[in-house]
Design a protein around this ligand. Sequence first.
Ligand code: KG4
Ligand code: ZN
Length: 351
Amino acid sequence: MKILGIESSCDETAAAVVVDGRDVHSNIISTQIPIHTLYGGVVPEIASRAHIERVNQVIEKALTDAGETLESIDAIAVTYGPGLVGSLLVGVSAAKAIAWAKDLPLVGVHHIEGHISANYIENKDLEPPFLCLVVSGGHTHLVRVVDYGKYEILGRTVDDAAGEAFDKVARAIGLGYPGGPKIEAEAKNGDEEAIDFPVAKVRGSEYDFSFSGLKSAVLNYLNSERMKSGSSLEPAAAFDGERIYGIRRADIAASFQKAVVSALVGHAMAAVEEYRVDRIAIAGGVASNGAFRGAMEEECRRRGIGFYRPSPILCTDNAAMIGAAGYYDYLAGRRDGWDLNAVPGLALGER
Ligand code: KG4
Ligand code: ZN
């Protein structure tokens, strides 16, 4: 079954052709990162406009690369939430127009379900049940994948998402947007033991995450170093090519990254032990972080459990993952009508 997947929930306009949920015949991603970099983050209004300009070409390229036409496609799967409403609407409208014109089944897909399903693409043997830690710019969810399309959320962030923390700290130390890859690159030259940044535990919930305290810890640290140095400059402006207020920026990046990674891995391993699972997967933009992947791999190897992660290109927003998730939703009988709408706050498992 050939599915055309469409994704436009944030700042990537993407389309892909996926066969039987696992074989990717094309995967086109048009990123808006260079545009949003000018503003230091995603500007929703600009994102929607850029999606409108690109969506048709991206879909056409996905079809051409796969050697398909709209006549040979069997169904359309599209992200309808969560995400930026104006961005989501572009993909949803394009999908509805095609499905209507070609009389094709329309399947609305949950964006996080897409991220989780990215793991099916390169791991043909992976089937539920398994645990999945979804870490992106908008979400941090520790999920039990009970069956295809059936999820039990064990924990989530109570404030910032992990990727959001990367982005905010990167901005504060003058690394710019998007923060994750820039912090990772900077951290490679740093000492992760240099500064002890604490990660708050969420009271009463073992698997919930909190990253806004960590971001504040970094900002407070910078502030106190600034006082000591007597500088009148903001941290980003005080960067001299190597240091901020005399502290190596690479050390700040590495110490921050270590704190995020240890919180993520710590929660994941606690769940592995409590639920006695033999497989865990990671997903989402932050899952392309080498330090995180390495730490997960190591801990899983020590415990003798299977570790799954998508290639970096399938970690960040893409439509192949939507085609994969859409296939299993289709098999489960999901069909949407012309009233399918963008749902910016869509919860996982909500129908
Ligand atoms: O999954 P994604 O593309 O979009 C959302 O659904 O949010 O994730 C984007 C997030 C951004 O916050 C970005 O900084 C982060 O993923 N990210 C990373 C890395 N690459 C992307 N964070 C840490 N290390 C990376 N290498
Ligand atoms: Zn995403």
